[in-house]
Every structure is written in structure tokens, then in C-alpha cells.
Write a protein that binds this ligand. Structure first.
Ligand code: ADP
Ligand code: MG
Length: 238
């Protein structure tokens, strides 16, 4: 236990919450299968970044998570890798329709980046990823979504549009990621986020990532996450 504490300190990791899983040191420690390890290696990732060392074991354990770390710290893989495992664990994968994993991002550019990164990890498994943001006509998007997918990477506004058009249902949605939550608030997406969350099952797993933690983001987190573990890397702004 003392070793865990000093290891966290050495990475500038702070945690709060009960029963926090131990941080890992290597990707091997995470128990991923050969396919995922192969993709990680292909990306040139040698070791997990500090946020990944602590957030990935938490997410893999099924717990809700608040992750706070600055830009460039590797937050995308911190939520995408456990999402792939979560999806592959679903016995019902072949049945049903509608996304299992939903990633919300504040802007089209950020959503596009996450979409590209997610596809790299999902491809080998045949997990279908759809990008739900501006740039494609709503009709084209609707058609793509109708064909089915396991993951959507979305901006909140376009996701709501697609739900309203009945492009998919949210019944299978069990893994929700709110990325750059502070920026989504700055852009006025709080109502959309609440609407999306309201359509998902209460037993979902929810992960919220942010570079800063203003009060209103804190309040939303308290409302929509259950017994979350909070992980911060480095200093946190408000
Ligand atoms: P953030 O969302 O925290 O701003 P990103 O997820 O966009 O950060 O990652 C920043 C960069 O670091 C990306 O180019 C990504 O491919 C790279 N990266 C992520 N994880 C690792 C890793 N474990 N080792 C090396 N590079 C990584
Ligand atoms: Mg990011």
C-alpha cells in the first residue's frame, strides 16, 4: 500500500473515492488481449501515461470516473481502451442495435480526432464506430447510423438531432464518456448533455474528463456519476 502511494506521488497522481484500484506501470499489467496489445504497439505507445496508469484500471473495474489532466496527457486512450474491453465483454454484442459506447466531445475537430483514434483500436475487433458531428449531411449520417454501430463519437447537438430522427436507440448504451466537460459547458451544451444522460440506463458506466473543474461541472458530475473515483494528474485549475 505504501508502495502504491509513493508510486502515485512519483507520477503526480491524486485519487479520491473508495476502493481505488491500483495504478499499473505497464500496458502488460492491464491484461489486454494480443490484438489490443498489437494495436498499442503499432501506435508506438511504449508505456501508459500517468492518467492512463491510474484511470484505465479504474475504468476496467467498471467504476465511474472523473479524470482531470491537462491537454496532451493521453486522455483519449484512457477511455477508449477500456471501452473496447467493455464492448467485447458484452455477451449480447451480436444482438440488439444502437451504440454501446457513447463519447461526447465539445467540437467537431476534437470529435474527429477521437473518432480517428477510436477507429484504430476498434478496427481489429470489427467494432463499428460512427462519427456524429457536422461535416456530413444529416441524411448521410442517418443512413450510416441505421446500418448499426457499437460506438458513436459525437458532438452533443448532432447526437440529439440523430436521436430525434430515430437514427438509433440508446437501449444498448452502457458506457458514456463526456470528454472536455469544461469546454462543453463553456459552449452551452449542459442541456444537451443532460438530455443524453437522461436517455441512458441508470446502470451505465460514466466517465467524465476535463482539464479544469469549475463548480458547475462539479455539480453535474455529482448528479450523473455514481460513487465516482476522481483522478487528477498535476495541478488542477478551476
Ligand atoms: P488529451 O486528450 O489528454 O489532450 P490525447 O489523448 O489527445 O491527449 O493524446 C495526446 C497525444 O499523445 C496523442 O498524439 C496520442 O496519440 C499520444 N499518446 C497517448 N497515449 C500515449 C502513450 N501511452 N504513449 C505515447 N503516446 C501516447
Ligand atoms: Mg482530449
Amino acid at each position: 500500500e505504501e508502495e502504491v502511494i509513493s508510486y502515485r506521488q512519483s507520477l503526480s497522481i491524486n485519487v479520491s473515492g473508495f476502493d481505488v484500484p491500483r495504478p499499473v506501470k505497464t500496458f502488460q499489467d492491464l491484461g489486454f488481449d494480443g490484438m489490443l496489445m498489437g494495436t498499442i504497439a503499432k501506435q508506438g505507445y511504449e508505456n501508459p501515461t500517468p492518467i492512463q496508469c491510474q484511470a484505465v484500471p479504474i475504468a476496467l473495474s467498471g467504476r465511474d470516473l472523473i479524470g482531470i489532466a491537462k491537454t496532451g496527457s493521453g486522455k483519449t486512450a484512457a477511455f477508449v481502451l477500456p471501452m473496447i474491453v467493455h464492448i467485447m465483454d458484452q455477451a449480447e454484442l451480436a444482438k440488439g442495435e444502437g451504440p454501446i459506447g457513447i463519447i461526447c466531445s465539445p467540437t467537431r475537430e476534437l470529435a474527429q480526432q477521437i473518432f480517428n483514434e477510436t477507429k484504430k483500436f476498434a478496427k481489429a475487433y470489427g467494432i463499428r464506430v460512427s462519427g456524429v458531428y457536422g461535416g456530413m449531411s444529416k441524411f448521410e449520417q442517418f443512413k450510416e447510423l441505421k446500418a448499426g454501430c457499437e460506438i458513436v463519437v459525437a458532438t452533443p447537438g448532432r447526437l440529439i438531432d440523430m436521436i430525434k430522427m430515430k437514427a438509433f436507440t440508446m437501449f444498448r448504451g452502457t458506457y458514456l464518456v463526456l470528454d472536455e466537460a469544461d469546454r462543453m459547458f463553456d459552449l452551452g451544451f449542459e442541456p444537451q448533455i443532460r438530455s443524453i444522460v437522461g436517455q441512458l440506463r441508470p446502470d451505465r458506466q460514466t466517465l467524465l474528463f476535463s482539464a479544469t473543474m469549475p463548480r458547475r461541472v462539479e455539480r453535474l458530475a455529482r448528479e450523473i456519476l455514481s460513487d465516482p473515483i476522481r483522478v487528477t494528474v498535476g495541478e488542477v485549475g478551476r
